[in-house]
Ligand binder design. Structure first.
Ligand SMILES: [Zn+2]
Length: 99
């Protein structure tokens, strides 16, 4: 997706939501509901807040929350250790409230 002038352009595409998205939540889904997206990992004690508008600017309207979580947890010690029973728990606590 091409973004010009730093403005996000989420132009609705007819029939777009008819496409299967594997249940993935996109930043476009969040933008009318959340201004800031909180990301927390209770195991690592990490927490961050990200502007949904800036996430759209950087990753596009179709950017998926799961991909963001994967990128953010890439340097998590638990993620690197890759232990099945002690995985990084990075998640967005606000999403169940608004979706
Ligand atoms: Zn973690």
């Amino acid at each position: 997706m091409q973004i010009e002038g730093g403005r996000s352009s989420c132009v609705p595409v007819p029939g777009r939501f008819a496409m299967p998205r594997d249940g993935a939540i996109t930043f476009d889904d969040l933008s009318p509901r959340l201004r800031m997206l909180r990301i927390v990992c209770g195991k690592c004690g990490r927490a961050g807040r990200y502007s949904v508008k800036r996430l759209i600017d950087r990753r596009g309207c179709d950017g998926k929350v799961v991909d963001l979580l994967a990128d953010l947890s890439a340097d998590c010690p638990r993620h690197i250790a890759n232990k099945f029973n002690d995985r990084c728990n990075a998640h967005c606590p606000d999403i169940p409230r608004v979706m």
